[in-house]
Design a protein around this ligand. Structure first.
Ligand SMILES: [Cu+2]
Length: 339
């Protein structure tokens, strides 16, 4: 906030020369300017004059103060502009002297501060923020899209990629055709794209962490692996063990006489497989081959690290059937229990 004292007075044009002389009113006010520089709270003095309709010279003396205390102190101690003017009362137009104290609503200083802040933002923040934003968006696009494509997989990923490419083309075409399109449209589209991308990435990362049971509808509700329409039940292969329902070297219950398919998820780095033996303890061949009539084998019969496979068994006689990994026959074992 700024406080202003405004002194208005008139001098007849005929007195102007005298007022301008060395010891005249105007010269004295000019000299007062020097004195004010040392006064606390003082900001500025402005002396303006104009000729009015009656041929008198209207003089305005404006002093600006940082606070009202400084202004009050100035007004009550001489020398001050009002006292100087009064000491020359003889040359003034009668009753023309007015002294007004005013309060500034918005100072030029605060205008300048606002302008300075604005230009600092334009000069410094925008040139940094825009490239950083573009970089972040590009990284999100590269990383996020790769996760999303991996999670969707197959034709879905191709369709999504094609859709995105068309979308980007339409976006570029629209803004190329409308160079005067307002900035908020671009920002809006990019913001929506970034939100969708972030959401999709989060979804892909969450999906990735979950075991792949649900996509096959596999259930282990009563602990018994059944098949039919529900699809496969999950067996995890890792370095170097089988895991079923959280248990290693598992004994897996299987329904009698039903065709049962298990999903085999190799979560290890090593190569594994699964071969189910008959009720005797011999495995016919070292590495099982799908289609061999005496053993059930994973399909494919070699599952490299992070790979997936299935195995289908139909066990018509009750009993305990051994299974193993042909690559780690002593470590990786388990049983299918048919009752
Ligand atoms: Cu193995």
């Amino acid at each position: 906030m700024e406080y202003i004292q405004t002194i208005l007075f008139q001098i007849p044009a005929t007195q102007l020369e005298q007022a301008s002389e060395e010891s005249g009113l105007l010269a004295e006010l000019d000299g007062h300017r020097q004195h004010l520089q040392g006064v606390s709270g003082f900001r500025d003095i402005r002396i303006t004059r104009s000729i009015n309709n009656e041929g008198n010279v209207l003089v305005v003396v404006e002093t600006r103060w940082a606070d009202d205390t400084s202004l009050v102190r100035y007004e009550t101690q001489e020398p001050n502009a009002a006292a100087i003017v009064r000491s020359h009362e003889g040359i003034l137009v009668r009753d023309s002297l007015q002294v007004l104290d005013m309060e500034a609503l918005r100072t030029e200083a605060s205008f300048k501060q606002a302008e300075a802040a604005e230009s600092a933002r334009e000069r410094v923040i925008l040139p940094i923020a825009i490239p950083l934003g573009i970089l972040a968006f590009a990284l999100l696009a590269i990383y996020g899209l790769s996760r999303i494509y991996l999670e969707i997989g197959g034709e879905g990923a191709v369709a999504l990629a094609a859709g995105l490419a068309i979308g980007v083309l339409l976006f570029a075409f629209y803004f190329a055709a409308n160079p005067s399109a307002p900035g908020w449209q671009i920002v809006g589209v990019l913001t929506i794209a970034a939100i969708a991308l972030a959401g999709g990435t989060a979804w892909a990362l969450i999906e990735e962490d979950e075991p792949h049971t649900e996509e096959n509808g596999g259930e282990q509700a009563n602990g018994e692996a059944t098949d039919g329409e529900t699809g496969g039940t999950l067996i995890i292969l890792d370095d170097n063990f089988f895991e079923y329902d959280g248990v290693q070297e598992p004994a897996i219950p299987v329904a009698l006489g039903e065709e049962v398919t298990f999903d085999l998820d190799n979560q290890g780095n090593g190569t594994h497989n699964m071969q189910v033996n008959g009720t005797d303890d011999t495995y016919d061949i070292a590495l099982c081959e799908t289609g061999d009539d005496s053993t059930a084998c994973s399909d494919p019969d070699v599952i490299s690290g992070s790979g997936m496979a299935t195995i289908t068994v139909q066990l018509d006689d009750p009993g305990v059937y051994n299974f193993r990994c042909d690559f780690h026959p002593s470590e990786m074992t388990g049983t299918l229990v048919v009752e």
